[in-house]
Design a protein around this ligand. Structure first.
Ligand SMILES: Cc1cc2nc3c(=O)[nH]c(=O)nc-3n(C[C@H](O)[C@H](O)[C@H](O)COP(=O)(O)OP(=O)(O)OC[C@H]3O[C@@H](n4cnc5c(N)ncnc54)[C@H](O)[C@@H]3O)c2cc1C
Length: 264
């Protein structure tokens, strides 16, 4: 089902078993999967099916500290896309598994590193290759038929390891649109920008999401399970902005939400 937040009256409350905020790769895939399991899911997306100046404007922000890339943009609206499909509307589609090094603790950063490692993710890669529609279900090039006629160079140094990637820029915003909109279990609300998360009284459980239409109409989504899928920066922004009860922001008791390093 499809709803436009512009058509809802002020104070309208939507309820569901699960509420997902943000319809990029993460939000769309999660919503599709839950709906297929006969779970009612509400998917709040801040943009529409196409970018508009008013939607892009909400992503505005400047980059300070380390640049995004040596010659990269200094404005946060250049790279991130704020409409259905999120940044996969222009991503490159290069896919590769994370390696052990990606999770390694780096003592010079003064923080503890990731609470997960590569082995915890390993069982999920095959499913991810199918979701993106990659040509191969493994990232071991030796198992790819085409490698039998063109074997890779042999590496006989312990510090050198093979790493293989595959490319398919799946456009979730168009390729997966019908599976969400036509689903009896999924409700997509466009132009629905989450503005605040509210905790259940006396608890640290999120019980509802306040969202707003472009006209500023305040609306609410209520669900026992809320999934944040707005991308790395926006997830942190919303948690920090939700400081009415948890005064440092939700989940931010240790001042880590949105922090990239302890170096000042
Ligand atoms: C130019 C470019 C090239 C890239 N190439 C690659 C690549 O080759 N390989 C690779 O692995 N990755 C690549 N990436 C990164 C990849 O696109 C992102 O990691 C991926 O899109 C993240 O998905 P996501 O669902 O977490 O977030 P996003 O795609 O950012 O989606 C977030 C969604 O949430 C919505 N939203 C935001 N705020 C709110 C709010 N307050 N309320 C409601 N909705 C909200 C947005 O409109 C958006 O639809 C690239 C990125 C860019 C910009």
């Amino acid at each position: 089902m499809l709803i436009d937040a512009n058509d809802l009256t002020p104070g309208h409350v939507l309820t569901s078993q699960v509420c997902i905020v943000g319809a990029g790769a993460a939000g769309i895939v999660a919503a599709r999967h839950l709906a297929e399991q006969a779970i009612d899911v509400l998917l709040l997306e801040g943009g529409g099916f196409e970018p508009t100046p008013e939607s892009v404007d909400l992503y505005r922000g400047s980059v300070s500290g380390a640049p995004l890339a040596a010659d990269g943009p200094t404005d946060l609206t250049t790279n991130r896309l704020r409409y259905f499909g999120g940044s996969t509307n222009h991503w490159g589609g290069f896919c590769a598994p994370l390696g052990r090094n990606d999770f390694a603790t780096r003592p010079w950063l003064g923080i503890n590193g990731w609470p997960i490692d590569d082995e915890m993710l390993a069982p999920y890669y095959e499913r991810a290759t199918e979701i993106v529609g990659l040509p191969h279900t493994t990232f071991d090039p030796m198992s790819w038929p085409e490698m039998s006629t063109s074997p890779p160079l042999s590496l006989d140094h312990p510090d050198l390891v093979w790493s293989a990637g595959q490319v398919r820029p799946r456009r979730f915003g168009t390729e997966d649109r019908a599976s969400i909109v036509d689903s009896a279990r999924a409700t997509l609300v466009l132009r629905a920008s989450a503005t605040r998360l509210d905790l259940a009284p006396g608890s640290d459980r999120i019980e509802s999401v306040e969202f707003a239409s472009p006209a500023g109409t305040r609306l609410r989504a209520v669900a026992p399970i809320v999934v944040l899928a707005m991308g790395g920066i926006e997830n942190a922004r919303l948690l920090l902005a939700s400081n009415q009860v948890a005064t440092k922001g939700i989940g931010n008791e240790y001042d880590q939400v949105g922090a990239t390093s302890a170096i000042t």
